[in-house]
Design a binder for this molecule. Sequence first.
Ligand SMILES: [Zn+2]
Length: 122
Amino acid sequence: MEEKKCLACNALIRGRSDKRFCDDGCRSSYNNKLNSAPNSFVKRINHTLARNRRILGELLGDEKMLKVSREKLLARGLHFNCFTSQLSTTKGQVYFFVYEFGYLSLENDQFLLVRQSLSRGA
Ligand SMILES: [Zn+2]
């Protein structure tokens, strides 16, 4: 029979092979640690970034650039304060990037969505 160790305390587990903890105490202490504040913080930001990336990707589709209204981005649920990098052009424009997708604030509540390719500058 295969030996398994408790994920929380490393003690050997006897009995059913699908058990991951020796008891409920170990299960809850493991889950508490997993959901601790720093972990949740990172998870929440990762989640928001992933959603932002999906929203921008869906809107852009196969386009390289696309103009959309702020209203449309907000309706989709884009979080403007959650991005991975920013890029200033020589003209003083600031693009905010969520991984490969970027947005630039234009006049009249319009935004320019762009796709950054890895070969940029090559
Ligand atoms: Zn245990």
